[in-house]
Design a protein around this ligand. Structure first.
Ligand SMILES: [Zn+2]
Length: 95
């Protein structure tokens, strides 16, 4: 499935991409770093080191990757700067 990235540089590791995701525990949207797994429970705070938390704290039951349509309905498509297929997961189309 496609991941949608904010293209903000991770303030902690400087390597990862900050990716939009959804918490399985409460269906809230979040942003996390796909490298070091710090996370932000409020996408508008993504990239602010002082506001970051651990991914397991923000999404204790794991995460799902929302579609572009779901992000648009949540008003979060404004944060999308790029999209990519995560390494090791071949494009299969659909969800
Ligand atoms: Zn990082």
């Amino acid at each position: 499935m496609i991941h949608y990235s904010t293209d903000i540089d991770c303030p902690l590791c400087g390597q990862g991409r900050l990716v939009l995701a959804r918490s399985r525990s409460d269906d809230s949207y979040l942003v996390y770093c796909d490298e070091c797994e710090i996370a932000w429970g409020r996408p508008e705070e993504a990239g602010v080191l002082e506001a970051s938390r651990g991914l397991e704290e923000v999404a204790p039951s794991g995460i799902d990757f929302p579609t572009r349509e779901e992000l648009a309905m949540a008003g979060l498509d404004q944060y999308i700067r790029s999209s990519f297929y995560p390494p090791g997961v071949p494009p299969r189309g659909g969800m």
